[in-house]
Write a protein that binds this ligand. Structure first.
Ligand code: PLP
Length: 389
């Protein structure tokens, strides 16, 4: 089989393997001491007060929507350019999706448009902005509008852990510090900035939301004597609401602990690679990378470009043994959404145009300069040939 260069790849080493083995030989396979340690390290990393580690990013988004009391009769706002999991989280709560078109340069939700929709539509209860590829949405104006309208902001930061951003008062924030939202959700899927195999987390500064998320993570069950309606026996527990098993195992948490130690190095390498790509494409008129913030301290998860001849470039790269990817097929064009919510191609023209041009090039900390140069050369060759035609 041909050895392809992947578009994303985890960086797991001996230390993760050793720590997993330690857990496997211990008394706790799930929700034990490593999980507690991992949650505490996540708080340090994000500048948050509570971290609730869960089974997947999807679970994090779903439980966050539940904790925000999103339900039937409510609406939620999100971007069409995201993985279906973001919008599905709201749907699974019984709420109705409303999409907002994207900004053509950042590829994130158009925040001014989102603010306008929130002011007009009183049924919107939750907004889920996505920091695509790690690139932070402009959160401040939105946060002000949501505070007035009583809309809960849940950040889909599945791509963005480890990043920092600077606000309009020049104060730096860690992604997840809750400066502009009630809850922030992460995914620890293998291609993400930090992995636990599968996994996710919600971080928040709100004590009540954190307690609710912990209950929702465990079938809606509580063992807290203060919360129970009666408390007759030591083994007593009570289920107060319907939920699922969203727990993370202790061996996943053990992997996560090593990954948090490594994250500064992983971030540095991701940023170096993005800078090399940007420099290499600066003179290429057919290629426009995602816009970078003025003061950039993003932990870049994806190297997204808009390119002329996207499908041709995808195929050209494949012929050269290089895999690329498209993030994402607009959610409103998925058959399920069309059938159930009447969305149609043409509804969000900026997102659809972006989709016709978008390509994510290989980006992962283990990508060598030499292999990156192969990708750059292949992209240049494709565009050169197109110009010569
Ligand atoms: C933007 C976004 N949201 C949500 C998810 C869901 O995360 P997970 O795969 O961990 O369930 C992903 C991961 O693929 C994602 O990229």
């Amino acid at each position: 089989m041909k050895d392809y260069l992947p578009y994303g790849r985890q960086m797991i080493g001996e230390e993760e393997a050793r720590r997993v083995r330690d857990v496997l030989e211990s008394d706790w396979l799930t929700q034990g001491p490593k999980l507690i340690e991992f949650e505490s390290r996540l708080n340090e990393l994000c500048g948050s007060q509570h971290a609730v580690a869960v089974s997947h990013g999807t679970m994090a988004l779903y439980l966050a929507c539940r904790a925000a009391d999103l339900g039937p009769g409510d609406r939620f706002l999100t971007s069409p350019i995201t993985f279906v999991a973001t919008a599905n989280a709201g749907l699974l709560c019984g709420a109705e999706p409303v999409f907002v078109d994207i900004d053509p340069d950042t590829f994130n939700m158009d925040m001014a448009e989102a603010a306008r929709v929130i002011r007009q539509d009183k049924r919107i209860k939750v907004i889920l902005p996505i920091h695509l590829g790690g690139r932070m949405c402009e959160m401040e104006e939105l946060a002000a509008v949501c505070a007035v309208s009583g809309v809960t902001i849940i950040e889909d930061a599945c791509h963005a852990i480890g990043g920092c951003w600077r606000d309009s008062s020049e104060v730096w924030h860690k992604v997840g510090d809750g400066a502009c939202s009630a809850m922030t959700c992460f995914s620890f899927h293998p291609v993400k900035n930090l992995t636990t195999g599968e996994g996710g987390a919600i971080v928040t500064n709100d004590d009540k939301l954190a307690a609710r998320l912990r209950t929702l993570r465990n079938h809606g069950i509580t063992r807290d004597p203060d919360q129970m309606k009666k408390n007759p026996e030591p083994w007593h527990y009570e289920m107060h609401e319907l939920s699922l098993n969203g727990r993370m195992t202790d061996f996943q948490a053990a992997i996560g602990l090593v990954q948090i130690d490594k994250l500064p190095r992983l971030k540095k390498r991701r940023r170096e690679l993005v800078q090399r790509y940007d420099e290499a494409f600066a003179d290429l008129s057919g290629v426009t990378p995602q816009a970078r913030p003025a003061d950039d301290d993003t932990c870049w998860h994806l190297m997204i470009i808009r390119t002329r001849g996207r499908t041709g470039l995808y195929e050209h790269l494949l012929e050269k043994g290089i895999r690329s990817q498209v993030h994402y097929i607009p959610v409103h064009t998925q058959p399920y959404y069309k059938e159930h919510f009447g969305t149609r191609r043409g509804d969000y023209p900026v997102a659809e145009k972006y989709y016709s041009q978008a390509l994510s090039l290989p980006l992962y900390p283990g990508l060598s300069n030499e292999n990156q140069d192969r990708v750059i050369a292949a992209v240049r060759e494709f565009h050169q040939a197109a110009t010569d035609d």
